[in-house]
Design a protein around this ligand. Structure first.
Ligand code: ZN
Ligand code: ZN
Length: 263
């Protein structure tokens, strides 16, 4: 649904929002964070991300107006949010944050519910990224080797092998990266190397897809060992994800699913 151009503009704006948002408090101590990670619990179980509904509503309104620049069908939402009373905006924000009746809000603003939910998810990214960057500073994330995010618990969406041959997984929700074993499936974690193989597509290198016959899942992987402009540590993986959709199509044609087979 999102064009690369829109995503690029949104990522830039999301970074600005991220800088303005408050840090979670109180932050756990390094010892508390270490104990949680050692128990296999993501840090979100120790402290909640600070999300003020009014701030989230402002973020959503900003995002909707940006989206409406290239998507006329989003205009009613952008205009509706710009004109809405603060109380209404807050109620919508609370509904999206807490999982309420989003269908009736979508109908009220004359947009598809899917669009409203997708924008709600995107608006959460800077909030969660702010949360994660604060926790990263106190928590020894190198202790974590699971396939879900050590900060928020979301399943990894992408993988990166850095120039030193260390594999990092990426969280789509909070943009955290953490180290993970090579030669395991990044979806189900199996270390049976016979189950994992690689698909490539001409013109898409240094990206490729790792697929797993144990769980039926796939994950796109950026191999940074050969240098080039994609070899920097903080390459924007959200944009790269959108730019490499052909690899998703390839994996799906071969019968693999992002996140693995439905249980
Ligand atoms: Zn996360
Ligand atoms: Zn697997």
């Amino acid at each position: 649904m999102q064009s690369l151009e829109f995503l690029r503009a949104w990522r830039e704006r999301a970074r600005r929002w991220q800088d303005e948002l408050p840090a979670p408090e109180p932050l756990p101590t390094a010892a508390e964070a270490e104990a949680a990670l050692t128990r296999g619990e993501p840090l979100i179980q120790l402290v909640d991300p600070p999300i003020a509904p009014d701030r989230f509503a402002a973020l959503l309104a900003d995002l909707a107006s940006l989206y409406a620049e290239s998507r006329p069908e989003a205009r009613p939402l952008a205009e509706g949010l710009a004109a809405a009373a603060p109380g209404d905006r807050r109620s919508l924000a609370e509904t999206l944050l807490n999982g309420g009746d989003s269908a009736s809000w979508a109908a009220r603003y004359g947009v598809e519910e899917d669009m409203l939910l997708a924008l709600g998810g995107l608006a959460l990214q800077p909030v969660m990224a702010r949360f994660a960057r604060a926790l990263e500073r106190v928590a020894p994330l190198h202790l974590w080797r699971q396939t879900r995010c050590p900060v928020c618990g979301t399943a990894a969406d992408l993988c990166r092998i850095d120039p030193d041959n260390i594999r990092h997984l990426h969280c789509p929700q909070c943009d955290t990266q953490w180290e993970h074993h090579r030669l395991t499936c990044a979806v189900c974690g199996t270390d049976d190397v016979r189950k994992v193989s690689i698909l490539t597509l001409e013109g898409m290198e240094p990206w490729r897809v790792e697929v797993c016959d144990q769980c039926g899942g796939y994950i796109k992987t950026l191999d940074q060992r050969h240098g080039g402009h994609l070899a920097m540590p903080r390459v924007d993986l959200y944009l790269e994800d959108a730019r490499t959709l052909q690899l998703d199509l390839l994996a799906e044609q071969e019968g693999y699913r992002r996140g693995g087979r439905a249980q």
